[in-house]
Design a protein around this ligand. Sequence first.
Ligand code: 2AM
Length: 197
Amino acid sequence: MHRSFVALDLTEPMRRRLAAVARSIRSHDPRWATARWVPPENLHLTIRFLGDLAEENLESFIRDLPGAVGALSTFELPLAEVVRPIPSSSHASMLWATFDDPDGRCALLANAVSDLAATLGVAPETRPFSPHVTLARSRRPIPFSADVTGRADGGMYTPATGPPDSMSVREVTVYTSTLARAGARYRRWASIELGER
Ligand code: 2AM
């Protein structure tokens, strides 16, 4: 069985921005230093978690994915909150970067992937889709102070480069993950390009 999910890779500028914010929070806030931080190379935006799939089901899903999403066009995903404590700032068990989905294209993509997953018997998602990148997880809730975000996200870019406030989405990727003591290890199985706009 393969623990599988479909995700968006971050653009390199967005990955650098979020990784820099994560580094900075760790160094400014000792309470968060011991949380489980996602390594920069593993940062991703989950479109749909599929759970455990037999290899033949995973292969069939990958075969059918271009037909399910290839007609959807590429889109821009604007960053909403660079750090959002979940579920609340007083008891955060995760830190997310959140994205807006102004024209609903990301939700459309998630629905198309979910419809295909349903044909393999994957149970429907119970949580509403909310595009985010998980930066850190903690087993016990930790308070998160919003002023750390300002300090964490400031001063890392020259005006010429500017921090990226949005990322282009051109493809979706199917991953499997193996949970290990040192953290999750992801294996990329296939990337499917979206259609040109
Ligand atoms: P998260 O970022 O919201 O935590 C790979 O494990 C990805 O699949 C994670 O990034 C995680 O999304 C998502 N995921 C893991 N377990 C899940 C579950 N039981 N239900 C929904 N999504 C899950």
